[in-house]
Structures are given as structure tokens and as C-alpha cells.
Design a protein around this ligand. Structure first.
Ligand SMILES: [Zn+2]
Length: 118
């Protein structure tokens, strides 16, 4: 794999840190908002996910699914990355390769009417 750039101005800056102790130091609302802003602006693309990025926080807040995952691709550096919210763990924001996405085991998402806009 090619060596990633030290810091991509598009995707690396989407990660918003909080004051909490690592690895719990990621602001999920602000980070998700930053990602949505980049997708809306065409700087990133949603590749796959349990639900669209716009629905991630609602589903996560409903506490009905252990992890809520999105894979996004950065148009600036062409890297794929994983954004995952875990009910009982720290959120995960990391660059991954295509094999990781191909190997991802998607589990069932509860019916949207049971959690959206709750
Ligand atoms: Zn990037």
C-alpha cells in the first residue's frame, strides 16, 4: 500500500476530538456533522454503511444496534475510512483498505420506523 499523506486536509480534519480520555476522546456529533458537510460539498463519498450518514446518530441514540458503521471515501486523498459508533465502546475513525470493507459483515438494521427521529 502507498504511504498515506501525513495529514489530509479533507478527511483527517473531519475528526473532532473532545477532552475525554482516549480512546473516548472523539466528539461523535461534531465528527458526524463534519463528515456530512464534506459529503454534501462533494469532498467525500459515502461508500457503504448500516444507514446513511445522516441517520447514524439517530440509530445510535436509539440503542438498538451494537455498532453503527459507515465507510467513506475521501476525494482528496482517495483513501477509504471507517467511521464506527459503538454503544459499549469508543468510536472508531480510521483509514482502512478495500479488503476491510469487502470483509465487513453487515448485520441487520432495525426497521427505520422504530428509531428514526426518536
Ligand atoms: Zn483525505
Amino acid at each position: 500500500m502507498a504511504r498515506p499523506p501525513a495529514q489530509c486536509p479533507t478527511c483527517d480534519t473531519a475528526l473532532v476530538r473532545s477532552d475525554s480520555t482516549p480512546p473516548h476522546d472523539i466528539e461523535i456529533t461534531a465528527t458526524t456533522a463534519a463528515l456530512r458537510e464534506r459529503v454534501a460539498g462533494g469532498r467525500m463519498r459515502e461508500v457503504a454503511g448500516d444507514v446513511p450518514l445522516v441517520d447514524m446518530l439517530d440509530l445510535f441514540a436509539a440503542d438498538m444496534k451494537y455498532t453503527v458503521v459507515s465507510y467513506l471515501e475521501c476525494s482528496e486523498c482517495d483513501r477509504l475510512f471507517y467511521w464506527g459508533l459503538c454503544i459499549r465502546g469508543a468510536p472508531i475513525f480510521e483509514h482502512v483498505d478495500d479488503a476491510r470493507l469487502a470483509a465487513h459483515r453487515w448485520d441487520e438494521v432495525p426497521d427505520r420506523t422504530t428509531w428514526a427521529g426518536v
